[in-house]
Design a protein around this ligand. Structure first.
Ligand code: NAD
Length: 296
């Protein structure tokens, strides 16, 4: 193995510590950033995510407001809660855990959140602001990837970046952020012809596909930086399961210059960036200077 391992777990711990330090200074002046997380239904994976978010929010010194609603919650009830959170000055960030039960329209619900409190960065206004290079709330996972890339390379200007995946949550905002940092960006997807060849031109390869170990070592340009966003559960030994990324780590690490592991790479950055976004939203809402290095 030749690639340097990008330790997202350690980096995320530093981001959380930076956020906590800033929050402590705000709290000394009587201002406590608050994050409201809304969970509708009883999807077990979502329940784990929401619990972890609550724990880490409190560890950072922020206020955590958890709203658990039954699966049969009506659209009107959910929109009513969002309106109340929009109006609550103690709430600086609002996150509605996705996926929602089938009878609720996620676009309608997300677009009901005050864009200034939309710490997931999914509101149509924030998508537009990011796409036009204006100050936005930026989706947490791509923001975390950008932080890791800047930490490794400093300036990304002029680099060839290939993003595999065009979802609104990861692929598209990732491509926008890389473009904002003056990369030459290609977005590849399920209909891309000759994907291995497209990937081989990348100095930066971001895989956000959801297909276990799809990207092989011979798809990677020697020395490239590989960011593996994928989280895929596959069968392990003796009836257990294990988590792998979208990149075949062993063959990729033999060729890449640097690579994020799964787990321990991008994953921990997502919640760290959620906390960073909540702090940023709080500072913006109160006309205070934003902390350095936590926004694009
Ligand atoms: P998605 O299903 O919404 O999008 C997947 C994208 O991959 C699509 O745009 C599709 O065109 C593309 N794709 C599918 N098959 C392909 C193929 N054979 N070749 C090329 N492209 C192909 O998924 P998503 O929400 O963007 O998530 C992607 C992965 O990232 C998943 O494994 C998900 O679990 C993971 N994820 C991780 C985090 C994190 O915190 N680390 C956050 C969000 C998503």
């Amino acid at each position: 193995m030749s690639a340097a391992i990008i330790d997202g777990k350690a980096f995320a711990a530093r981001v959380r510590a930076q956020v906590a330090g800033h929050v402590a200074r705000l709290a000394a002046g009587g201002l406590v950033p608050g994050l409201a997380v809304v969970l509708v239904g009883d999807d077990p994976a979502s329940a784990v995510y929401v619990r972890n978010k609550g724990i880490q929010t409190k560890e950072a010194g922020m206020a955590s407001f958890e709203h658990r609603l039954p699966a049969e919650t009506s659209e009107a009830e959910l929109l009513g809660l969002i309106a109340a959170l929009n109006a609550d000055p103690a709430v600086h960030g609002i996150l509605v855990q996705l996926p929602l039960p089938k009878h609720l329209d996620p676009d309608l619900v997300i677009n009901a959140i005050d864009p200034a409190k939309d710490v997931d960065g999914f509101h149509i206004s924030n998508v537009g602001l990011l796409g036009t290079g204006q100050k936005a709330m930026v989706p947490c996972t791509p923001l975390g990837c950008l932080m890791l890339l800047r930490d490794r390379h400093g300036s990304l200007a002029g680099m060839e970046a290939v993003v595999i995946g065009r979802s609104n949550i990861v692929g598209k905002p990732m491509a926008q952020l890389l473009l904002g940092d003056s990369c030459t960006v290609t977005i590849a997807h399920s209909r891309t012809r000759n994907l291995p060849e497209v990937c081989r031109r990348a100095d930066i390869l971001v895989a956000a596909v959801g297909r276990p170990e799809m990207v092989k070592g011979d798809w990677i340009r020697p020395g490239a930086t590989v960011i593996d966003v994928g989280i895929n559960r596959v069968p392990g030994e003796g009836g257990t399961s294990r988590i792998v990324g979208d990149v075949d780590f062993a063959s990729a690490a033999a060729v890449a210059g640097a690579i994020t592991p799964v787990p321990g790479g991008v994953g921990p950055m997502t919640i760290a960036c959620l906390l960073a976004n909540t702090l940023t939203a709080c500072c913006r809402a109160n006309g205070l200077p934003e902390p350095e290095g936590l926004t694009p």
